[in-house]
Design a binder for this molecule. Structure first.
Ligand code: URA
Length: 208
């Protein structure tokens, strides 16, 4: 498993605002999109490229283009939707799958309620978008669902991770690439990341 933690002044700065409970919902959403652009840039670093020839206004030249079929983006509903606009901005031809998983508040077990994936998953790089890698239960189940549908080249992209979630994913999916904005201290007894940012879905969609 490859784990990449973004260690970038812009990410630290924006995360400090995202974490702040006083940050209003509209700004919270914009900041998530801004960090999402950096996450999208870093998580696509390994996409294969090929040389093509183009004519600039001055001469013919060899230049690099993305080689693979359009990647697939799979936001885990609902907080994953917060990262989708940034990824679509940089990958406008990507296909988008959806996976609805909610976490049972008592058992913390992920329960699937909606799954709709594009075809040819086995031939495409797949990016699972789930801003909060907490217990790792939902992320692990999302990856399991995608593997069962044929995906082999999988990356999990999160804004914040807890060490417990990274360990769980490493055990369940040693072949997975993980890209996270930051790794926080620990989980609390309810499965929330500390210090964290609270409930990402509630803050994104104003449902607190
Ligand atoms: N999901 C969230 O939105 N926040 C957490 O801290 C953990 C899971």
């Amino acid at each position: 498993m490859t784990i990449q933690v973004l260690d970038h002044p812009l990410v630290h700065h924006k995360l400090s605002l995202i974490r702040d409970r006083k940050t209003p919902g509209s700004l919270f959403r914009s900041l998530i999109e801004e960090v999402g652009l950096i996450l999208a840039t870093e998580s696509t670093r390994q996409l294969p490229v090929e040389t093509v020839v183009v004519e600039t206004p001055l001469e013919r030249t060899g230049t690099l283009r993305l080689k693979s079929l359009d990647p697939v983006l799979v936001p885990v509903l609902r907080a994953g939707l917060g990262l989708l606009p940034s990824f679509l901005k940089l990958l406008p031809t990507a296909k988008v799958g959806h996976l609805g998983l909610y976490r049972d508040h008592d058992s913390l077990v992920p329960v699937p309620y909606y799954r709709n994936f594009p075809p040819m998953l086995e031939a495409r790089p797949v990016f699972v978008l789930d801003p909060m890698l907490a217990t790792g239960g939902s992320a692990s189940e999302a990856v399991r669902q995608l593997k069962s549908a044929g995906a082999v080249n999988l990356s999990l992209v999160a804004l914040l991770a807890a060490p417990e979630g990274l360990e769980r994913l490493h055990g369940d999916h040693p072949d997975l690439t993980i890209v996270v904005g930051a790794v926080d201290r620990q989980l609390n007894e309810k499965g929330y990341i500390l210090p964290g940012l609270g409930d990402a879905g509630d803050r994104l969609f104003g449902t607190a």
